[in-house]
Design a binder for this molecule. Sequence first.
Ligand code: EPU
Length: 350
Amino acid sequence: MFAERNVSLQALNSFGIAARAARLARVRHEADVRAVLADADLAVQDKFVLGGGSNIVLTGDVKGLVLKVEVRGRRVVQQTERHTIVEAGAGENWHDFVTWTLDEGLPGLENLALIPGTVGASPVQNIGAYGLELQDRFHGLDAIDLHTGELFTLDAAQCGFGYRDSVFKHAAAHDGDFGLAGRALILRVRFALPKAWQPVLGYLDIERRMQEEGVSRPSARQMYDWIVAIRQAKLPDPAVIGNAGSFFKNPTVTPEQCQDIIGRDPHVVHYPMPDGSVKLAAGWLIDACGWKGKRVGNAAVYDRQALVLVNGGGAEHPATGGEVMTLARAIQTSVYERFGIRLEPEPVVV
Ligand code: EPU
């Protein structure tokens, strides 16, 4: 199996951090993984699975073997009474896949338009936006076990989806925890797209568009166009300004904790959840602490969305992973001191 040596990862992570991989092998087929495992030299290396690199912070060089997933293909695999099941290779670009489903007349993923990254990374953090999460449309996935070379299939329950969380983010096994971080390489993902499609509404930005345009029941294509426009206005394009999307999760608190925070600042943006807890807008908390536009070296807080940390030095003078994490920790400390809330990073820190 061919694996390049000393490869720059700068173009392979959306932050544009200039780390390197000791070895890198491209996985286009299941057989490529088996070839790695059959290669005496490569089999023993620590392995790191890289998709679109849009949700990682590289804090140093990767010492082992990077497996860059480039499995392609998109197809309809099955019709059930209520759903059309579509499948895509893990290496397909997520947004291109969403666009393809709509072009095929198969709505259901439009709220997740323009999320950076690959299809294979989408279940890892259970991507979500505008009231829809991946788990709402997920059908199953095929993955290969990097320890044994065995192919296996998981359904939604086995993926252990949570808010920006899944079994793929957790390290294996203590207390019987079925963690698959570092162990599973996702090859293909299947989605169940509803035949009786309804738009997923309710998100403030979408409601505003509906009012402005006098539309009460938008089509899937209309939702897609709005979401693309909203994201372009709010979020930096990683091709222009390096970033990894939202850097922190929106924290959930008890109603009592929320009252305490309202006491500290009555304007805090909060949403009651169906289970009685309250979700807070991390972006608002960070913004309220005055972080927009602030920098540590070449890492910066995006000036239009405080939840997004960006590479403020471009490709020439990229931020280091250390600078990004120093900035992240300073934000965590200031939000904790002001509001008593601990923010949890969303990307995987490598
Ligand atoms: N806000 C501020 N100042 C800021 C940023 C936000 O006051 O600098 C306020 C906004 O005005 C709004 C609230 O905070 O009232 C929430 O902001 P927004 O609607 O932009 O959404 P978000 O909570 O910042 C989440 C997801 C995004 C997703 C959007 C839309 C998380 C961590 N982030 O962001 O997901 O696109 O909702 O659904 O859940 C991602 O995960 O990478 C991501 C971009």
